[in-house]
Design a protein around this ligand. Structure first.
Ligand code: BGC
Length: 758
């Protein structure tokens, strides 16, 4: 009875009881009490040292006795609130036992890890998952990752990475959802919901972490960790929305990024970490710094020393510090000197404790997910489905694909990625075991080996291999087959953190391999497995069909085999624009118009007459050597079906704020194969208080159609979704004329007009 009454006290009333009753002290152990009361009960009993310990996150560097002994002793004295990279389930439970059973208050650790696109069962890299435009599948993948990770004690992942990225030189483009605000926002929500599940306190729910907050994807020249220069309006209209969506989806944690934006390192940026995140969005979880990024503010030249960095990071809003230990080493002094306030410290500790309570860690600190859940058959099948839906068909002349296993007798499989169990898993794979990988060679042999004889001749040993000696063997083999499948691209190590490139052509001897194979004159199917868009114009020209598979994960080989031999049709769409040449970067579809837009009939380099007059070419916005457009636009992707859009309409001509625009079009599969199309809805706001993008994605839908079948694709678009930060930096819908398109990629033409009135 007493407990029930106490549960309903307000926080202020409870605090007044501190020290008066043992019952109050024990509230934090009572799972039926409210989370806020539990937090206050615990906080009120913590020493300064215990509070500071909660802010400290360390990475375990190994599983040897020395590491275990060191971290066990640090946890035992309450110096650590979270560990990342605990090596295995046994160590996880054993170190958690120290926190829970050997410390004065028994505060559990929150154990964390980079579970980025799967834990053991590896899904396609996040850029590939975005290419599915399938939020349900992405959510299911995150759920599976959470289930597998929690079986090793991990209750917090540093994912989703939702940095808008418009520069494929930046290796970390692999980790996010690409260039588009709406797509990245939907993928952010899907991943947060998947990781965190329906019930946060379930032992298989893991906290998500929206990263990197914020603007990191705009690293100047695509060089990782580089400075960014994002003005506030662009920050609010482009870079912040996926993070706001994650917050709305209940994301429990955020990670401050490495970059300095306009001179302010993200880990010292109070405007975004506190004013926007907590003030505007009402975030109640906690912020962790990226690895050592608090201490690195000294390198940036933003802080004089580690003590200054601790004060700057903490006062800006970084609650927990990853790895650089400036808090644990300096916080006591900073409190004594009055440079950090006790009330701010209490708020940050409360933010961290709140998440620990919400995750049910006080009730269930130890592992209860069964170990055998890893690589469960249903997990592998979901990963395969994700790999199928993530592949994007970029070219298919005269229906080269699908190959018919009934007609083709011999096929040459070549290229350094055709049997690359490690590399097809992609970047950020710490736990996926390559012995579980199904490569393209495995997949084709397993699924079609009884009908088709497979000649495997890699030509090159790995993607960077420039020893071209073996290319001749592949070419010789090509003469004796009915079709060639060449799997080229990038090794996993070429994308991801700190792996930027200045040249995006195929590395090593791969370009020569494709060129030589093309000359044989047999149908050439090129599969590119990579972590980013590559400049593959030459290979597109040389191949009869080209399938782009962002590193597809554990089951990639089976997925690609089924696509190549037509068991299923490709349905992926590009989540990022593919440039023709590196010099076009950054190139993205949702750009603003210039005052001199390209007309499409510009004279290119080779056609400029000698001694041409200065203005004889006209003065429009394009590249003389690359034209205006990209190699492939955002949203592009072919299918074995043949989709046609017609009869676009909206339910009204004029709308007001509060209305919902109902827009529809007829989609018909005029092809011979059943297939799924991703129908996309774009809008343009023609005149704004500031210039607006020429097109913006506002909706997408996957639609399956049998040959000859039609369906109406219907979108409901709340007028509020047309709002943006205009001249007065307030978010609102501006009245005026709009165009709305429905089609299969961002270059679609079928459109209708509508108006917004006040
Ligand atoms: C990366 C983060 C990652 C963290 C922890 C950093 O280097 O930028 O994305 O979560 O390390 O491993």
């Amino acid at each position: 009875m007493k407990k029930i009454l106490i549960k309903h006290f307000t926080i202020a009333a409870s605090v007044a009881l501190v020290g008066c009753t043992g019952a109050y002290n024990d509230i934090y152990k009572d799972s039926s009490a409210s989370v806020d009361n539990r937090v206050q009960s615990l906080l009120s009993q913590m020493t300064l040292e215990e509070k500071i310990g909660q802010l400290n996150q360390r990475s375990m560097w190994g599983s040897d006795d020395e590491a275990m002994a060191y971290f066990t002793s640090e946890v035992a004295v309450g110096n650590i609130g979270s560990l990342l990279n605990v090596p295995d389930a046994e160590s996880a439970d054993s170190i958690q036992r120290v926190a829970v059973e050997k410390t004065r208050l028994g505060i559990p650790l929150i154990l964390s890890r980079d579970v980025i696109h799967g834990y053991k069962t590896i899904f396609p890299i996040p850029l590939g998952q975005a290419a599915t435009f399938d939020t349900a599948l992405v959510k299911a993948g995150a759920r599976i990752a959470a289930i597998e990770a929690s079986s090793d004690g991990i209750r917090w992942t540093f994912s989703p990475m939702i940095d808008i990225a418009r520069d494929p030189r930046w290796g970390r483009i692999a980790e996010g959802s690409g260039e588009d605000v709406f797509l990245a926002s939907m993928m952010a929500r899907a991943q947060v919901e998947g990781y965190q599940g329906d019930d946060l306190s379930s032992p298989t729910s893991i906290a998500a972490c929206a990263k990197h907050f914020v603007g990191y994807g705009a690293s100047e020249s695509g060089r990782d960790y580089n400075s960014t220069y994002i003005p506030e309006r662009q920050l609010r209209n482009v870079y912040l929305p996926p993070f706001e969506e994650a917050c709305k989806a209940g994301c429990l944690t955020y990670m401050s990024s490495f970059n300095d934006n306009d001179g302010i390192p993200a880990s010292g940026n109070k405007f975004v970490l506190t004013d926007v995140l907590r003030g505007e969005w009402g975030f109640k979880g906690f912020v962790v710094s990226d690895w050592a990024s608090v201490g690195e503010m000294v390198n940036h030249g933003f802080c004089a020393d580690m003590c200054d960095a601790a004060a700057t990071g903490f006062n800006a809003g970084v609650d927990m510090e990853m790895e650089s230990q400036t808090y644990i080493n300096n916080m006591k002094q900073l409190i004594n000197d009055g440079k950090v306030s006790m009330s701010q410290l209490d708020k940050s500790v409360a933010n961290i404790l709140r998440v620990k309570f919400m995750l049910g860690l006080f009730e269930n600190p130890y592992i209860s997910t069964p170990q055998e859940i890893k690589y469960a058959e249903e997990h592998l099948q979901a990963a395969k489905q994700a790999a199928i839906e993530s592949a994007v068909l970029l070219k298919n002349d005269n229906y080269t694909l699908p190959l018919s296993a009934d007609k083709i007798r011999r096929v040459l499989l070549t290229g350094p990625l055709a049997d690359a169990p490690h590399d097809q898993l992609g970047t950020w794979v710490f736990d996926g075991d390559k012995t579980h990988t199904v490569t393209v060679l495995d997949g084709i042999c397993k699924l079609y080996g009884d009908k088709v004889s497979v000649v495997y001749e890699p030509g090159l040993a790995f993607s960077r291999d420039d020893n071209k000696a073996s290319i001749a063997k592949a070419v010789a083999a090509a003469h004796g087959v009915d079709a060639i499948i060449a799997v080229v691209g990038e090794e996993a190590i070429l994308s991801g953190e700190a792996h930027s490139l200045a040249d995006l052509n195929l590395v090593g001897g791969q370009s020569s391999l494709i060129e030589a194979l093309a000359k044989v004159g047999k149908p050439l199917v090129t599969v590119v497995m990579a972590g980013r868009p590559l400049t593959i114009g030459k290979q597109v020209d040389e191949s009869n069909a080209l399938l782009y598979s962002f590193h597809p994960g554990t089951m990639g080989g089976e997925a690609l085999a089924e696509l190549i031999f037509g068991k299923v049709s490709p349905s992926g769409k590009l989540p990022v624009t593919f440039p023709k040449a590196v010099g076009q970067i950054p190139i993205y579809y949702n750009k603003n118009n210039t005052g001199r837009p390209a007309l499409g009939n510009e004279t290119l380099l080779k056609d400029i007459p000698l001694d041409a007059g200065q203005t004889s070419l006209g003065c429009t916005s394009f590249w003389m050597d690359a034209g205006f457009g990209p190699l492939f636009p955002f949203g592009y992707g072919l299918s074995y079906g043949d989709f046609k859009y017609s009869d676009i309409a909206t339910d009204k001509d004029t709308y007001k704020v509060g209305d919902v625009i109902v827009a529809s079009a007829t989609l018909t599969n005029e092809g011979k194969y059943p297939a799924t199309e991703v129908a996309q809805l774009y809008i343009r706001d023609h005149v704004g208080s500031v210039t607006r993008p020429v097109k913006e994605l506002k909706g997408f839908k996957r639609q399956y159609l049998e040959p000859g079948e039609s369906a109406q694709v219907v979108f409901e678009l709340p007028v509020e979704q047309l709002a943006f930060y205009g001249i007065d930096m307030k978010k609102k819908v501006e009245p005026g004329d709009f165009t709305l398109w429905i089609g299969g990629n961002s270059d679609c033409q079928l459109s209708v007009s509508f108006k917004i009135e006040n």
